[in-house]
Structures are given as structure tokens and as C-alpha cells.
Design a protein around this ligand. Structure first.
Ligand code: ATR
Length: 279
């Protein structure tokens, strides 16, 4: 039996097993099973070893180990080197290679939604494990006017800016593209406001920021990476104001598709069946 895992802590909420096992069934890959496993930091080395020796065929890594796992892998993709964030492990030529499919998943989710970052101003809330993937995708797209980084603990936003500034430099974008904003400080209206914090994962949790002035910018898109619950208060408030909204479900599906393709060579369809499966 080929064994696949999603590892994290907590892990109960992960819908990856449901999705990947559905795809194994759909594609008649009957010798494979995908499970969730709650792990501690001390377990990471062993998991990577198990991928190396073939006991585990593939792994998805989630909160809070996307950065830590980097210390144990043998090689990594360009995206990982830019973001310092790994969410997928693949064995290639006896090496365990770390990939980041969050970035690609996020890019496809915006593209499919016909949203282009060209000449746009973006406000990113949070500086956690996934945020570097989001930041990196906008730098790669190379057309944004401004990226504001806003995190409760300012020093984490600063770390992210240091990482982002290097990529901005290489891309030839203006060197003041990324700017840090203190949590709660008012700035100009942006075209996209994206929540990468964990606020909202628990129902009724509220991001204590005021976006009332976005009543004057109905075409702004409010994107929450959280997909469960479907509509966080961040999105509910945006909807009430008349702004456009989007949750993290499509990004989740696209990142999973990219990982499944690396492991099996098959690119499963993202259709209503899988979209509804997660409801
Ligand atoms: P980690 O910080 O370990 O990478 P994460 O779940 O990937 O964990 O990230 C959590 C994100 O949600 C962080 O940006 C965190 O902000 P801090 O760095 O200031 O802690 C943010 N976050 C969590 N709870 C929050 C709250 N009540 N208000 C604002 N931001 C919050």
C-alpha cells in the first residue's frame, strides 16, 4: 500500500484526506491511502526519513511546520527557496524534495477568478506560515504598484519584508514596493485585502480592524484564505459593505491538485463534484 500523509498540529480540521482519497478512488488507484497525522517538531526528521526509505510515498505539511521541515529535506524547488515554506514532499532520485504548491494554488485561484494584479495595490494581513507564498506570488506576477504588509507583531512583517525585498530587487520592481503598516493604522484604499491570519478559523472570531471606508470602493476584493467556515466575519462584513469576496477553498483545491500530480502524474479535475465534496 502506498501511504500518503498530511502532517500538522492541530490536524483534525484538514480536509486533505477526504480530497486525495476521493481522487485515488476516482482514478482507480486502489493501492494508495492518504491519512492525517498529528505530529510534534521532534517527529519531522523521522517522517522525512520515511519518505526517503519509501515507507511513506508523499507528504503534505501544514501549520505550524511549513518552515521547520526545511531543515530536514535534501533539496527544494525555486518557490521554496523564495518563500522558505514547504507544503509538499516528493521523493526524487533517492532525495526528499520540498515543494511549495500553496503559491501556485493561490495564483491559479486568482487567475480563474479573472483577477489580475497588474497596477494593483494590495494589503496583506498576517505574517504566518503561508504569507510568504502569497507575497511571493505577487512579486512573481511583477506588476503590482504596492504591497502593504500588516501583522499584529510588527517584527514578523519585517522578516517577511526582508525576504520579499530580495525578490523585488531581482525582479526589477521599484524597491519601495513592499511597505509595512502597523496593525490598525489607516492607509490608502487597496484593490485587494487578503487575510492570511488565523483569525476567523473559530466561528465568531473577529479581526479587529475597521474597513468601513471600503464602502467607497465596492470593487475591492476581500480574500480570506480560510475556507472553513465558508464565510468568516471578515468576509461577511465585506459582503455587507458591497465589496467582492472570496474564500480559500479554490486555493486549497488547486494546491492539492498540484501535489497529487507530482505524486501520481495525474492531474485530477477541479469540478463541482470536488467543490461540493468539501462542503
Ligand atoms: P505562525 O505565526 O506560527 O506562523 P500561523 O498560524 O501560520 O502561525 O500564523 C498566524 C497568523 O495569524 C500570524 O500572522 C498571527 O499574528 P502574530 O504574528 O502577530 O501572532 C495572526 N494572528 C493570530 N491571532 C491573531 C489575532 N487575534 N489578531 C491578529 N492576528 C492574529
Amino acid at each position: 500500500m502506498n501511504k500518503y500523509l498530511v502532517i500538522g498540529n492541530p490536524i483534525e480540521h484538514s480536509l486533505s484526506p477526504l480530497l486525495h482519497n476521493h481522487w485515488f478512488e476516482k482514478h482507480k488507484i486502489s493501492n494508495s491511502i492518504y491519512e492525517r497525522r498529528k505530529v510534534e517538531k521532534k517527529d519531522l526528521k523521522k517522517i522525512v526519513e520515511q519518505v526517503r526509505n519509501g515507507e511513506i510515498k508523499g507528504v503534505n505539511v501544514t501549520v505550524p511546520f511549513k518552515k521547520e521541515i526545511f531543515n530536514y529535506i535534501d533539496d527544494s524547488s525555486n518557490e521554496v527557496q523564495l518563500t522558505k515554506s514547504v507544503n509538499t514532499l516528493v521523493k526524487e532520485d533517492n532525495k526528499v524534495v520540498g515543494y511549495n504548491t500553496d503559491q501556485g494554488g493561490f495564483e491559479i485561484s486568482l487567475r480563474e477568478n479573472k483577477w489580475s494584479s497588474q497596477n494593483k495595490k494590495i494589503l496583506i494581513l498576517g505574517a504566518g506560515g503561508v504569507t510568504s507564498s502569497i507575497l511571493s506570488s505577487f512579486i512573481k506576477a511583477n506588476g503590482v504598484v504596492k504591497i502593504y504588509l500588516c501583522n499584529r507583531k510588527r517584527e514578523k512583517a519585517e522578516e517577511l519584508k526582508t525576504l520579499g525585498d530580495k525578490a523585488v530587487d531581482l525582479s526589477g520592481m521599484k524597491n519601495d514596493t513592499i511597505e509595512i503598516v502597523d496593525w490598525g493604522k489607516k492607509i490608502e484604499l487597496c484593490d485587494l485585502v487578503i487575510n492570511t491570519t488565523s483569525v476567523g478559523l473559530t466561528k465568531n472570531e473577529n479581526i479587529k480592524l475597521n474597513f468601513n471606508n471600503y464602502e467607497n470602493k465596492k470593487d475591492a476584493l476581500f480574500y480570506d484564505l480560510i475556507y472553513n467556515p465558508k464565510e468568516t466575519n471578515f468576509l461577511k462584513d465585506a459582503k455587507l459593505r458591497g465589496n467582492k469576496i472570496m474564500n480559500g477553498k479554490m486555493m486549497f483545491l488547486w494546491q492539492a491538485q498540484l501535489a497529487f500530480q507530482m505524486w501520481t502524474g495525474i492531474s485530477p479535475k477541479i469540478n463541482d463534484e470536488v467543490i461540493n465534496l468539501l462542503d
